[in-house]
Each structure stands twice: as C-alpha cells, then as structure tokens.
Design a protein around this ligand. Structure first.
Ligand SMILES: Cc1cc2nc3c(=O)[nH]c(=O)nc-3n(C[C@H](O)[C@H](O)[C@H](O)COP(=O)(O)O)c2cc1C
Length: 352
C-alpha cells in the first residue's frame, strides 16, 4: 500500500516539476534542459530524508541475497553507475538496492559537455532519457580522498567504483591511484571498468578494439585483490562481445555488465537540434531491454557472473533475464522515473 501511494506521489510530482520547469524555460527564452528539473527533484528528495522511516525505508527480504565471489549483495538489484549525489544514492539503498556503483571517475577533473546535455525522450514509443553528460567529475585524486567520508559505506553491501579512461594505461593508472587509499582495505567493494561510454571521444577504445584488453586486465589484477566488473556497450557487434567475454573468462574474479546506454544521434531520436550540444548521446530506458536480453544470451555460455543492465524496471523482465543466466540487475533510468520500483521488485523476488 505504502509503495503504491509513494509511487503515485513520486511520478505525479516528477511530471509536474518537469513540466513547470520546461514551461519556465520556454517563457524566459531558454533552451529546453532537463538538468534544472533533476537538481530540483534531488533537492525535494533530500528534503524528505528526515522522514525517511515513512518515505524511503523498506525492508529487504532476507531470502533474496546474492553472493558473488566475496561480495554479499542484499538484493540482486544494483544502482547502476550514473549518479554522483551520494544522498540520492543512499535514498535508493534505503529503498532496497542490494548495491550501488559510484558515477564513473576519470583521471582529471572534468566539467563534461556543454548544456543542454540531458533530456527526456521517446524511442520506439518507449519513454527514456538521452544523456551526453560527457563524464563530469572530480578526477581520481579528489574522488579517492572523498571515499573516506562517503555515507555509502554505512550500508552493509558492496559498493562499486566505476573507472573510465581515455587510453588503456589510464584505466590502470586510475585504479593504482585509488588503491593507494588504505581506507578501502576494510571495505566491501569492487571495481567496474567503464569501457563503453558513448559520450567521450576515447571512452570506448578498449571496447571497440579489445586486442590489448587482456594485458590491461593482467596489469589491473597485479594491483587489486577484489572483483572487477567489465561494462560493455550494447552497440558492440556480437563478435566483439564474444571476444571480450572470452578474455574475461580466463581471468579470476571478473563480472561482466551488459551494459551501457545506446548511442543515438538527435535525428534518430527525432529531437530538435538545440536539445543537445552534441551530435547525439546515450539512450537509456525501456527500449534497451531487448538488446540487453540478446547480450545476456550471448554471454551466458562463458560462465562469468552477469549483471544485466539496460531497460530494466520490473519483476517480469528480471525473471526473463534470470532464466537466461543473469544474476544481478542494474538500473539507472528506472531510478530516475520511479525508484519505488525497488521495493516492489524486491517483494516480488521474495515470493519466487
Ligand atoms: C544520466 C545518466 C548518466 C550516466 N552516467 C554513466 C556513468 O557515469 N558511467 C556508466 O558506466 N554508465 C553511465 N550511464 C549508463 C547507465 O549506468 C546504464 O548503463 C544505462 O543507462 C542503461 O540502463 P537503464 O536503461 O536502466 O538506464 C548513465 C546513464 C544516465 C541516464
């Protein structure tokens, strides 16, 4: 009952806030831009944290835990790497996520692309989001320092650290820098290599030509003693996906995450040219689901733990993906559109 009420409240408020902000932008001759609505939405959500016992706290059924390598996920639902506001991530963990992954961190501080760089959109009649953020962030040095104060460690679950890079060596260097932080030694964490970002110039080098991917993994395994997830692109050919999976399967403690957003140009999305400052961006949301399922089927024979990500927002999809071999389920857009899907899916999983 509580889930139905808050679900309705959240969706209605989100719709009203976005419409109001778009209207204000039109009346003041500004470009349509979803970012102010996201910031205002985050402000409203955090303002309700003092009431979290009623608004956000949902018990996670204890029979839905998943253990992979030495990691204990409270639920198979994972907050995909996309959000940097830790308070919001903590709200989703309170709602019942089994784990969350920090937004991808790059070597240097970055502002990302010019705005507007994120919009609500439709593709194949399915509502989604297109983003061309371009990985804004504080850079590995500041990020590593900030880990010590992160509120995400207060949750009894693994936390993922997503690493980006503009070259093979940069991934290794970035991990080296973060591993210097001794604080991490006592924590339950894993890495994720984002080799599939569609919004940076060289963020897909390893994904698109995986020839030296094996040596990168070898280098990284010399530095770390924790599991690593490899996040691949749904835009890759099936042959490339098989090649990456083959390499992953010969290394220890490797998980594979299928996958990132799909690159689409503004004309493919049928959105005005001034809605993004870039030629296109990463599409996310329900329309990705069919490709996620295809990719999971391709990966299943390799016997690597699979995180299915892309278009997931309900229990039925999880049942389908689970049958094909996925063990964890990443979500990004569903958390933006209605995070109350988390307790709903968890309570369905309990009854399986
Ligand atoms: C606004 C936004 C920002 C994102 N940033 C990242 C990121 O920093 N690193 C990453 O690996 N994926 C990023 N993603 C991709 C998501 O993690 C996810 O893989 C993708 O959106 C598909 O899942 P979904 O359909 O549940 O959204 C981002 C997605 C969105 C919508």
């Amino acid at each position: 009952m509580r889930i139905i009420f808050f679900s309705f409240f959240y969706k209605t408020t989100r719709l009203l806030v976005t419409k109001l902000i778009y209207l204000t932008q039109r009346l003041t001759f500004q470009k349509k831009d979803l970012e102010p609505a996201i910031k205002f939405g985050d402000f409203c959500l955090t303002a309700l944290i003092p009431l979290k016992r009623f608004t956000y706290n949902f018990e996670i059924p204890n029979n839905i835990q998943v253990e992979i390598f030495n990691l204990r996920f409270r639920s198979p639902l994972i907050g995909s790497s996309f959000k940097s506001n830790e308070k919001i991530i903590s709200i989703w963990l309170d709602m019942g996520l089994g784990s969350a992954i920090f937004k991808t961190v790059m070597k240097n501080e970055r502002l990302g692309n010019k705005r507007p760089r994120i919009q609500d959109t439709y593709y194949n009649n399915e509502k989604g989001i297109v983003n061309a953020l371009g990985l804004p962030g504080s850079g590995t040095h500041k990020f590593s320092k900030s880990l010590n104060d992160s509120i995400l460690w207060n949750y009894d679950c693994p936390i993922g650290i997503s690493i980006g890079g503009d070259s093979s060596s940069e991934y290794v260097e970035n991990i080296k820098k973060i591993e210097m932080n001794q604080f991490l030694k006592e924590k339950q964490y894993f890495y994720e290599l984002n080799i599939s970002c569609p919004n940076t110039t060289d963020g897909r080098t390893l994904n698109d030509s995986p020839d030296n991917f094996d040596s990168v993994l070898k280098e990284i395994n010399k530095i770390i003693n924790v599991p690593i997830s490899i996040k691949i692109s749904p835009d890759s050919s099936n042959d490339i996906i098989r090649k990456i999976a083959e390499i992953c399967s010969i290394h220890d403690q490797v998980i594979i995450n299928a996958g990132n957003s799909q690159y689409k140009s503004k004309s493919e999305l049928n959105i005005p040219s001034n809605s993004l400052t870039t030629i296109g961006g990463g599409l996310s949301g329900t329309s990705l689901f069919n490709r996620t399922l295809e990719v999971v089927k391709i990966l299943a024979p390799f016997n690597i733990p699979i995180i299915a990500t892309g278009g997931i927002n309900n229990f039925d999809q999880i049942e389908i993906l689970k049958k094909e071999g996925a063990v964890l389920f990443g979500m990004a857009t569903a958390l933006i559109f209605n995070p109350y899907c988390i307790p709903k899916i968890n309570s369905n999983l309990k009854n399986v």
